[in-house]
Design a protein around this ligand. Structure first.
Ligand code: PRE
Length: 161
């Protein structure tokens, strides 16, 4: 029988779902020669998260810190992929999704679930948080880049509340 999912597992599932969108974002940035960092967009995300925090019984600083880490992890993946594609002088020939009408709305749609999962995690933290997190990451990482991205996305997860 499989073990029941812990709040940490559930949170990491959502973190991975958000990170999975970074590949498509990077493809668009490659095609359109756009910079990875979009400062105004980051500001908009963090403002929305700060506003939504109270509804999720989270301190605004906790919620925005967690989302800032999600954004940093997304940029890490994007920079790495763009480098890889530069070396090959070619990006994968997969179907493109538009940034403004598809990818950013998909990122926004995950905000609510991530806040729910973060609050459940905070309410019931594992005894040895940092160790449980490190073990969970190494178990689920598919490749070195996504392992690094998960580490970055959860960099402040176990900090004292
Ligand atoms: O929307 C973008 O352009 C993204 O690259 C995604 C994202 C994010 O993770 O939400 C990451 C980096 C940008 O600075 C802004 C937002």
């Amino acid at each position: 029988a499989s073990k029941p999912a812990t709040p940490l597992d559930t949170l990491l599932d959502s973190v991975e779902r958000r990170l999975a969108l970074a590949d498509g974002v990077a493809l668009l940035k490659w095609d359109q020669n756009m910079p990875v960092q979009a400062v105004a967009r980051e500001r908009q995300i963090l403002d929305r998260v700060a506003e939504a925090a109270a509804d999720h019984h989270l301190e605004p600083r906790r919620a925005t810190g967690f989302f800032a880490d999600q954004i940093e992890a997304s940029k890490l993946v994007q920079y790495a992929l763009l480098n890889r594609w530069q070396l090959k002088q070619q990006a994968p020939d997969t179907p493109r999704l538009d940034l403004k009408t598809a990818l950013r709305p998909q990122l926004d749609a995950l905000q609510h679930q991530l806040l729910i999962d973060l609050q459940r995690f905070d309410r019931e933290r594992p005894a040895d948080c940092a160790r449980a997190l490190a073990n969970a990451i190494v178990e689920r990482a598919r490749d070195p880049l996504h392992e690094l991205a998960l580490q970055r996305a959860t960099g402040r997860l176990c900090e004292a509340l």
